[in-house]
Design a protein. Structure first.
Length: 266
């Protein structure tokens, strides 16, 4: 039997759209699913951008609560839908044309699961490394971790910190003089808090602004190109970053542009 790949992809697209339009629980804006195929594609593109930024940025970036809620809800729905289709196929004939769409769907799900797992694994690694810094940040700005971490990450951070501090105390600190038992001392020549490397050089791409949303930060350089201006304190200079350009800059110089979504790390 000849297999028409266009028909298979069309069937796969209808299945994906049907799952993407699954209604969310009432009263929960963070899990509301849009039935627009463009929104599904935009969410995946935004997820990949968050993933790339997180892997390159020296600090832990804010957790995309709403985006992750939509992505995880769609992922769970697609897995359930795929299991239902697989059961129906096994009960029918072993036709090769019936199995190929399922293989395509499974491959797409594995690709999405890889991105989600890699993003979360990267974030957990930073939580492990910057535990004392996050503790200091929470003490200095109460409520900051609610934006920075997800609910599950917050539980992991609190338990990990408690276990680590208990280990330090039982193994080392209790045997030392009282004035040397602090694990967050920053007054000496070397800080005991491992902070992100703010001055690390990173590669970045300057994104084009939305055509229907005027950007007050957008300027025009000497060549007539739209750009964003950043200040380099060490040099006392202002540098123009042209839209569409690729640059290498210190992270602390472009951090604000990254948080505003003006640039992406590559």
């Amino acid at each position: 039997m000849d297999i028409n790949i266009d028909d298979i992809l069309a069937d796969l697209d209808r299945d994906t759209t049907a799952v993407g339009s699954t209604p969310a629980p009432a009263g929960d804006d963070t899990t509301r699913l849009d039935d627009s195929a463009a929104t599904v594609a935009a969410d995946y593109s935004t997820l990949v951008t968050h993933w790339c930024n997180e892997r390159v940025a020296p600090e832990l970036l804010p957790y995309p609560h709403t985006l992750m809620a939509r992505v995880l809800a769609r992922l769970a729905a697609q897995i359930e839908h795929l299991e239902t289709l697989s059961t129906g196929v096994l009960e029918q004939t072993l036709d090769r044309s019936a199995k190929l769409p399922l293989l395509c769907m499974e491959a797409e799900l594995e690709r999405l699961k890889f991105v989600v797992r890699s993003l979360l694994r990267c974030r957990l690694g930073k939580i492990d490394r910057f535990g004392l810094y996050l503790r200091q940040l929470d003490a200095r700005s109460p409520g900051a971790l609610q934006t920075l971490l997800s609910a599950q990450e917050r539980v992991y951070y609190e338990r990990h910190s408690a276990i680590l501090l208990k280990l330090f105390n039982n193994a080392i600190l209790r045997h030392m003089p009282a004035e040397m038992q602090a694990v967050d001392d920053t007054e000496g020549s070397v800080s005991m808090i491992d902070e992100p490397e703010w001055a690390r050089f990173v590669f970045l791409y300057v994104r084009e602004p939305a055509p229907d949303a005027p950007d007050p930060l957008l300027a025009v350089d000497d060549h007539g190109q739209p750009c964003y201006s950043v200040n380099i304190p060490e040099l006392g200079e202002v540098v123009d970053l042209a839209v569409g350009g690729i640059y290498i800059m210190r992270y602390n110089v472009i951090k604000d542009l990254l948080m505003d979504g003006k640039v992406v790390l590559i």
